[in-house]
Ligand binder design. Structure first.
Ligand code: 13P
Ligand code: SF4
Length: 304
């Protein structure tokens, strides 16, 4: 049952012919009023497909809303809280990427979507955790500059015959680095029949221990297709909220209760309402940057 605030938001959304997109890490009350919930690749694809609404409220961190703005130059893209930034994206300033490109002039540049728009504009192609291996394999080059997540870089390196150079050396996500081997062993012992799913932003030893290394969208698909009853969920806490809502017959155990992305949680229902009401905060990317970044995003979408 929707509460009064949620009903108010839906009414406003319909009056303004707006679309609400939400990442899998948004709280349950925001998931309930979203038109579409997904991982970063699914949200990118959805953003490229929006044809019938002039206004998009993006409940996710800044790099995701920027990607939507790059793909929809004719639409107004709003973010409910303008401080919702991904710290990992800030770990790769464009100057550092340019230096790395000079050092490795023959390398292809593959950037995770978790990057700032200026860095995206310097990439040959983007990737998400759902398609990183496929993207790297699609390239002719055997030397790949890959950033900013060192753990996703490690994950890709295990599966391809190319040389992956992480840039920067230690880019990471503070949420996924909370998972540790000690907790994983304890969970395996307590739930021996469960599938352990881990996001590739987690540390290598945790990825090696897990049964499945998956993006958040990959986890949703795995649960839908698996005959298993119990799942350990090694990513941000609110993916568990979505899984529980869509699969009430299955059991989901968060690998860590406090794996919370505070940056994602800056959005609230109240702020979503204000965003629609006041058409704030508009996400813009200068066209010069957007033009280059769009090529790298489109190349990824073509590979996906
Ligand atoms: P997904 O692409 O798996 O949704 O991951 C995005 C993200 O920010 C993970 O922390
Ligand atoms: Fe960024 Fe990590 Fe939050 Fe994802 S979970 S948005 S990578 S800080």
């Amino acid at each position: 049952m929707l509460n009064d605030l949620q009903k108010e938001i839906i009414k406003l959304k319909e009056e303004k012919n707006a679309t609400i997109l939400a990442h899998n890490y948004q709280t349950g009350d925001i998931q309930e009023i979203a038109d579409f919930i997904g991982d970063s690749l699914e949200l990118c694809i959805k953003a490229s497909e929006i044809t019938d609404s002039p206004l998009v409220v993006f409940c996710g961190v800044d790099f995701m809303a920027e990607t939507a703005a790059i793909l929809n130059p004719d639409k107004k893209i709003l973010i409910p809280d303008k401080n919702s930034e991904c710290p990992m994206a800030n770990m790769l300033p464009v100057e550092e990427l340019r230096k790395a490109k000079k050092r490795y002039p023959d390398a292809a540049v593959v950037l995770y979507v978790n990057t700032l728009a200026e860095a995206k504009a310097e990439a040959d192609i983007l990737c998400t955790s759902a398609n990183a291996v496929k993207v790297v394999e699609s390239l002719d080059e055997d030397l790949i500059l890959f950033g900013p997540d060192m753990n996703l870089a490690w994950h890709v390196q295990q599966q391809v015959d190319k040389e992956i150079i992480p840039v920067p050396e230690n880019g990471h996500c503070y949420v996924h680095r909370m998972f540790n081997l000690h907790d994983m062993h304890a969970l395996r012992e307590k739930y021996p029949d469960a599938d352990i799913m881990i996001h590739p932003e987690s540390d290598p030893e945790v990825q090696e221990f897990a049964d499945y290394v998956l993006s958040t969208g990959g986890m949703m698909r795995h649960v839908a297709e698996s005959p298993k009853q119990t799942f350990i969920v090694g990513t941000e806490y609110d993916l568990v909220t979505r899984l529980r809502g869509e699969h009430p017959d299955k059991t989901f155990i968060p690998a860590l209760d406090d794996a919370i992305c505070e940056n994602m949680k800056l959005h609230t229902l109240e702020k979503v309402k204000n965003s629609l009401l006041n058409e704030e905060f508009v996400v813009t990317v200068p066209e010069e940057t957007a033009k280059e970044a769009r090529k790298a995003i489109q190349r990824m979408l073509d590979v996906s």
